[in-house]
Ligand binder design. Structure first.
Ligand code: FES
Length: 94
């Protein structure tokens, strides 16, 4: 089972493949304050520190949102990023 490690909070949990980072955060008690849950609004950014090859690729809406908000390339919207292997993430302070 894939593991999601929340760097800085020292929380880690195992998830089913295909679980979103937002679902993992909610189960781990990590508050992200999501709004749309479709990758459009930019309210749940996470920095993907390790494991880029273990998550779903950016869809067009997410990529446009990241560019519009001038987020770094390492940022993913937690609500639409699905996990298929071990990843390490960190909160992005808005
Ligand atoms: S909740 Fe809106 S981008 Fe994730």
């Amino acid at each position: 089972m894939p593991r999601v490690f929340f760097e800085g909070l020292e929380r880690c949990l195992e998830v089913e493949p295909g679980t979103t980072l937002l679902e993992a955060a909610e189960r781990a008690g990590v508050a992200l304050h999501p709004d749309c849950r479709f990758g459009w609004c930019g309210s749940d950014p996470l920095i993907l520190v390790e494991g880029e090859e273990h998550v779903s690729p950016k869809e067009e809406d997410e990529a446009e949102n990241i560019a519009f908000n001038h987020f770094p390339e390492s940022v993913r919207m937690a609500c639409v990023t699905k996990v298929y292997g071990d990843v390490r993430v960190r909160l992005f302070n808005l």
